[in-house]
Design a protein around this ligand. Structure first.
Ligand code: THU
Length: 160
């Protein structure tokens, strides 16, 4: 038997920040401020991520590059691994991601790389809770309600 299957994802696109509530705005600002402190001498592409935990704490991270390129790490994983190290028993609730070029927020939102998406899947699996993501651009903002939607058929050892 052959089953043809398909997967669709849905997300929300906002023009500008008017539709965000106070805590979402704070998280976006935290991501932008974190991007300003990125260490990215090679790409000069500054990325910041801010993670709101279920406790209300906000943890931030930014990309950390290295002369041996693959040794660097994306902003999302710096933030999420720091959260895991410092607040391992508290689930992430929402994450905001922003990128700057020449100190200016990119027009379009930055979208996370595949390796980061695999880490999102692990976190959802670890805490048995979805977390949402805001991708912040100057002109538009994208909201993804469940981070795992970004990686259909993600690898999960527990499901093999
Ligand atoms: N980068 C991130 O930190 N997050 C993303 O979502 C995309 C890419 C970083 C990796 C590298 O330091 C630089 O941006 C250029 O790819």
């Amino acid at each position: 038997m052959i089953n043809q299957k398909s997967i669709t994802i849905s997300y929300t696109e906002f023009e500008g920040r008017d539709h965000l509530n106070e805590s979402e705005l704070l998280l976006c600002e935290s991501a932008v401020n974190s991007a300003k402190k990125a260490y990215c001498p090679y790409s000069k592409f500054s990325v910041g991520a801010a993670v709101l935990l279920e406790s209300g704490d906000i943890v931030t991270g930014n990309n950390q590059e290295n002369a041996a390129y693959p040794s660097g790490l994306c902003a999302e994983r710096v933030a999420l691994f720091y959260a895991g190290a410092q607040y391992g028993n508290i689930a992430p609730k929402t994450m905001a991601i922003a990128a700057l070029i020449d100190g200016e927020l990119t027009d379009n939102p930055v979208t996370p790389c595949g390796a980061c998406r695999q880490v999102f899947a692990e976190i959802e699996n670890r805490y048995h809770k979805p977390f949402s993501i805001f991708l912040i651009g100057k002109e538009k903002i994208i909201k993804i309600d469940n981070s795992v939607d970004l990686l259909p058929l993600a690898f999960k050892l527990s499901e093999c």
